[in-house]
Design a protein around this ligand. Structure first.
Ligand SMILES: Cc1cc2nc3c(=O)[nH]c(=O)nc-3n(C[C@H](O)[C@H](O)[C@H](O)COP(=O)(O)O)c2cc1C
Length: 170
């Protein structure tokens, strides 16, 4: 999909089917994450593809926002591995992970799949279920699937500020 079309077309889809997703599509989504830019190219992030019924059941205990998806991508940033700005000690792990998550979000849509960036989940509980996530700041879950007929943009989707409110030319 052409980029401008993609960003205008994307919306948070909260009604998904668990119909099988082609492995090639998932691989292209993960490839988008791989080439995302990170500060000093530190790549201080990890993605967990939650696919098995057992793992999905555990994930579902950490959030109500699963939307019927069959696959979940969890994104985390690792502070120990990230670039730190010397002037103020600012660590960029969460920024890097968010860029990766944004690439994932757009790549999902580009595949004709749908998702929602889910930040509302019990991260400590997730780490209890999946100890491999313990050292990461978990910033997003993406439930991934095909939209059902109820999977349409929410009213909030259209409520955007205008450019004049958001941009100040100095
Ligand atoms: C960091 C972040 C966290 C979010 N967490 C949730 C969430 O937990 N549950 C949910 O339904 N939507 C969540 N969303 C989706 C936003 O509500 C949505 O992007 C926003 O309302 C704009 O709508 P749109 O994505 O359809 O354009 C989140 C989005 C972002 C960027």
């Amino acid at each position: 999909m052409e980029f401008n079309e993609l960003i205008q077309d994307r919306f948070s889809c909260r009604a998904l089917s668990d119909r099988e997703i082609p492995r090639e599509a998932l691989n292209r989504i993960l490839e988008a994450a791989r080439v995302a830019p990170t500060a000093v190219n530190k790549q201080p992030f990890k993605i967990w593809a939650v696919e098995s019924p057992e793992a999905r059941a555990k994930l579902a205990e950490t959030t109500n926002y699963t939307f019927g998806a069959g696959v979940f991508l969890v994104v985390g940033g690792k502070y120990e591995d990230a670039w730190v700005r010397q002037y103020d000690g600012r660590n960029f792990a969460d920024v890097d992970a968010s860029i990766v998550a944004t690439y994932i979000m757009l790549a999902i849509h580009n595949e004709g799949l749908r998702s929602t960036w889910v930040g509302h989940f019990d991260a400590p509980k997730m780490k209890e279920f999946f100890p491999q996530m313990a050292d990461y700041d978990l910033i997003a879950i993406f439930p991934v699937g095909y939209a059902t007929e109820k999977g349409v943009p929410s009213p909030r989707h259209a409520q955007r500020k205008n450019v004049a409110e958001l941009v100040e030319i100095l």
